[in-house]
Design a protein around this ligand. Sequence first.
Ligand code: AMP
Length: 187
Amino acid sequence: MRLVLVGPPGAGKGTQAHIVAAQLSIPHISTGDIFRANVAGGTELGLQAQEFMNAGELVPDSVTNAMVADRLAQPDAQTGFLLDGYPRNREQAVVLEGLLAERGIALDAVVELDVDNESVIARLLDRAIKDGRADDTEDVIRRRLDVYSEQTEPLVGYYREHGLLRSVDGVGSIEDITARIVAALAS
Ligand code: AMP
């Protein structure tokens, strides 16, 4: 299966993507995780991404799209993948479609984790304490939520129009949410 998981920062995308990808035996591809690994490793890509991440802004499309194209060309992604945190704007969605179309394939579904703003902020502040992520400070959290509603949320409508969207209630226990995602994918 070729899947995308979309939802605001703090919706629990990473947790669910990890579980669902393992269940489906497909790679979990998180652009945020790849960027963080590159920042930690001090690579050229990390240097390019770091300032945007710390400000809660999107890393430029040219950088992000090239990274995803490389990742999707790896052998483990040939039979399926679960993209977590990509695409994040219309331009990236169009590039992804093109990348897949070149290989004669397309997405099977886009799962939206639907979570209210208050739950999201509470989760992000909790994660800030537990994980100490550099972009989980209050100002940056606010900016990331704005970026989500301005740039990423419109994708939900885009994928709905394309008949790919499966909206899932993202509030509840980890197990319940996983079960909802699995059920939504089966429908
Ligand atoms: P995440 O872990 O998905 O919340 O991503 C953390 C940060 O990485 C984001 O706030 C962006 O700065 C950057 N990032 C992750 N995915 C993308 C993407 N698809 N496009 C641009 N920037 C991204």
